[in-house]
Design a protein around this ligand. Structure first.
Ligand SMILES: Cc1cc2nc3c(=O)[nH]c(=O)nc-3n(C[C@H](O)[C@H](O)[C@H](O)COP(=O)(O)OP(=O)(O)OC[C@H]3O[C@@H](n4cnc5c(N)ncnc54)[C@H](O)[C@@H]3O)c2cc1C
Length: 437
């Protein structure tokens, strides 16, 4: 059976804002390496860099099906979070579990912050925290419970009413909210590009090189690509939502397509009409509600869809239909703005497990995999990427201990029952989220 490989659309607003770059050539012919890292998002870029640092005598190869860093890692909404309200679709229960997850996320934020500072990365770093908000009164209790949890863990935050939210956001749409002080907003494609820029020269990078199959062969592994074969002593898979397509973690994780739009910059008049607010990032209190951002350059980003249908082939999906939902979401929040402001619309593939668990493991022999960060993943991908490299190199660390304390992904039903189940769950969430989208 042919492996399904990524097929990105080309309108990611975060990527089109970057200076153009010439990709590394695709692999052609036979290639022998000690380690091959498959997938060059935050996880794979971090893993390849770390492996090269840890094993300077060994040959490290990084391959991506498309352009390095232009999968979910460039396409996400840019929330580098410490605290979470919606844990995918099933929330962690219990204070101890929440505390463990908060500690992990905080450590991941610190790792990214160290990298950004150490390398002087320009990623539009904005440490002003984030909002969680809702229009519907039924979410007030959920937000209050979240506030209690944060208070018990001494995590700085403030509950906000409608007029306080309006003053901070420039929209009167929301009735209830929380601002949490921790966490950072950033430009996701800039972070992916910056991680690519610090990749050691000793790492051989092949782009537009999808791995079509992999098998154990002799002392190592053989990976087929359209125009070549890689022979490696070990493999690190960092393909996130594409794990099941490569025969990994099937019945444990699944891909989900999220679609976002970014407007053109607001004019001075438009910006004044919404009250000249400072940049902000807001997450909905409802699982299928809208994620909305106002960027430093006065663009508004909105994401309010999640789909499981044909999730791996973004180019086949009707973007216009989703864009229409984005326009509706923007107009509800900013009725003073024109309806034709959207400059970019794109989709990305994220990876979900039923119990909000991540993948971090030695699959077999010298085959390792890291990924599946559910709704989050900027910080975790960098942390898990570095840590899986350390694990593959035989090392140990407190980061690995922390990661390995997390639950493993639970069993999921096989196709088509899984897809039916997800569609049913998403449809229910969408019905509940009508006012929050
Ligand atoms: C629209 C959207 C919004 C999001 N918002 C946020 C957010 O605000 N905050 C947050 O923390 N997280 C967010 N996420 C999730 C976050 O983007 C991911 O968790 C993170 O980027 C995962 O990084 P990764 O390197 O593991 O995966 P990816 O960036 O997906 O990288 C995987 C790479 O593997 C490659 N690949 C796949 N199959 C093959 C193959 N067969 N051969 C070779 N290469 C292959 C792909 O081309 C891709 O480049 C969002 C995701 C999306 C899609």
């Amino acid at each position: 059976m042919a492996i399904i490989v990524p097929n990105n659309d080309q309108d990611c607003g975060w990527t089109t804002a970057l200076p153009p770059r010439t990709p590394s050539p695709a692999l052609s012919g036979d290639w022998t390496t000690d380690w091959v890292v498959v997938g060059a998002g935050y996880t794979g870029l971090s893993a390849a860099r770390k492996l090269a640092e840890l094993l300077p005598e060994q040959r490290i190869t990084l391959v991506d099906a498309q352009i390095a860093g232009e999968g979910a890692s460039a396409r996400n909404s840019g929330y580098l979070v410490d605290s979470t309200l919606n844990d995918g679709h099933l929330s962690d229960t219990g204070l101890a579990a929440y505390q463990q997850k908060y500690a992990l996320n905080s450590r991941a934020v610190a790792i990214v912050e160290d990298l950004v500072k150490h390398h002087g990365m320009d990623v539009d770093w904005d440490p002003s925290g984030k909002f969680h908000a809702a229009r519907g009164g039924q979410y007030l209790e959920k937000l209050e419970r979240f506030s209690d949890t944060l208070a018990q863990l001494d995590i700085k935050h403030q509950m906000l009413n409608a007029s306080e939210l309006q003053a901070r956001l420039g929209t009167g749409y929301y009735q209830h909210g929380i601002h949490t002080d921790g966490g950072v907003m950033l430009q996701p494609a800039k972070l992916a590009r910056a991680l690519l820029d610090i990749l050691p020269e000793s790492v051989s990078l092949f782009e537009n090189t999808p791995v079509l199959s992999w098998t154990e062969s002799g002392q190592g592994y053989s990976l087929k690509t359209p125009q070549g074969t890689i022979t490696a002593r070990g493999i690190l898979f960092a393909v996130n939502g594409f794990m099941p397509a490569l025969g990994l973690k099937q019945q444990r994780v699944f891909p989900l397509t999220l679609t976002a739009s970014l407007t053109r910059p607001l004019s001075d008049v438009e910006y004044a009409a919404i009250g000249n607010p400072k940049p902000w990032g807001l997450l909905s209190a409802q699982a299928m509600g809208a994620t909305v951002r106002l960027t430093e350059d006065r663009r508004i980003m909105i994401r309010n869809t999640a789909e499981v249908w044909r999730p791996l082939n973004m180019a086949l999906t009707p973007l216009a239909q989703r864009q229409a939902l984005h326009v509706t979401g923007l107009q509800r929040r900013f009725p003073s703005l024109p309806a034709d402001m959207i400059a970019n619309t794109w989709s990305g593939i994220t990876c979900i497990s039923a119990n909000n668990a991540n993948v971090f493991e030695q699959i077999s022999g010298q085959v390792f995999a890291a990924g599946c960060y559910n709704g989050g993943g900027i910080g975790l991908a960098v942390m898990y990427g570095e840590s899986i490299a350390l694990k593959a190199a035989g090392g140990t660390s407190t980061d690995i201990d922390m990661i390995e304390q997390r639950p493993k992904p639970k069993w999921l039903p096989p196709s088509p029952f899984l897809q039916w189940g997800i569609k049913f769950k998403l449809a229910g969430d969408r019905r509940q989220a009508v006012d929050e989208r």
